[in-house]
Design a binder for this molecule. Sequence first.
Ligand code: NDP
Ligand code: MN
Length: 376
Amino acid sequence: MSYQAFRIPNNILFGEGAFEYLGTLKGERAVIVTGGSSMKRLGFLDKAKEILEKAGMEVEIIEGVEPNPSIGTVNRGAEKMRQFKPDWIIALGGGSALDAAKIMWVFYEYPELKFEDILEINSIPTLRKKAQFVAIPSTSGTASEITAASVITDTKKHIKYPIISQEIIPDIAIVDPALPAKMPPHITANTGMDVLTHAIESYVSTGANSYTSPLAMEAIKLVFEYLPRAYKDGNDMEARYHMHNASTIAGMAFNNSFLGLVHSLAHKIGGMFGITHGLANAILLPYICKYNMKNTDRYAEIEKVLGVSDLVETLKEFNRKLDIPLNFAALEEVQREKFEEVLSKMSENAYKDPCTLTNPRPTSPEDIEKIYRYAF
Ligand code: NDP
Ligand code: MN
């Protein structure tokens, strides 16, 4: 037997009021990294600053991380950190803000490193010589507050680079449902389907084990029960609470079991056409469930727990409930001519995505092309 690892942040605070945990941090200087405007508009940025200042820290803010953050944004943030010299980095926002802050942290600690130097898995040298890292997610989706991953985009080459290293697992995750509570319905639906995809792909992954499976199954149950409620009524705080936890729980699972073909295909079609990550996952999920089903009895276990007889149909019905289309052709950002033009290259690239390695059914670029066609 070869041994396995189970890695998560040292400290996970969850539930309403967890945000206040910021007041217990001890240090000199904290930098807050956040996105475009939502955290400011909703008052969480000012509140974080106030709590940290009350705890005796000097605070600086790095704002304006864009969705699908770029190398340029990361470099600018790292430069600011090198000047300010924080001992705490507080990443506050969606997956994009959290991901960007993680790589700013790397270049703050190691100014001599270049982006190309950290692309190989686990190639980031030991962090925490200058700062520790707190992640406060404002979407219930990517679970970047838990994971060893960050996705950064080269905007010149139009390529999304997944950067994977256990070094960038945050020290502290603050999972407070007050933050995602004001997400508009379509962001709730898309990010929530990212959670369901993480949970299902983790459960059926060839890397699943007895540490990850109970977490993945718990997240599946929570999403089925609470995502439709959070979508329908954003003020349903019980639903928001359970969805926010589901996101983190799914993160604990997939960070240690890895994912599968849904993410491989979503990364490539998402990058090519600019489709939101969770939406691309949602559309692909039923098709890949169908493709994988005969190779593993894990889907049957999910059907049993959910009390349904046909998971593929159940997933399609679930998308309908969230007003998510069943095919890519329904999205205005996707054009048929371009799809035909890029299909073969896109399928090859999806085949090479690291998420393909743990898919329960061995696959090929030809099979992936077929799946893309069905989902189109
Ligand atoms: P983003 O962080 O990209 O945010 C999407 C939009 O939602 C932004 O316009 C943002 O606005 C807004 N928003 C965020 N929080 C709220 C809120 N509470 N209320 C209202 N609006 C809000 O979305 P995701 O969280 O889905 O992150 C996606 C990114 O994460 C992608 O780059 C993807 O590739 C990456 N990813 C990372 C993974 C990882 O393991 N690290 C795994 C999978 C994907 P504003 O900017 O104004 O805050
Ligand atoms: Mn995802």
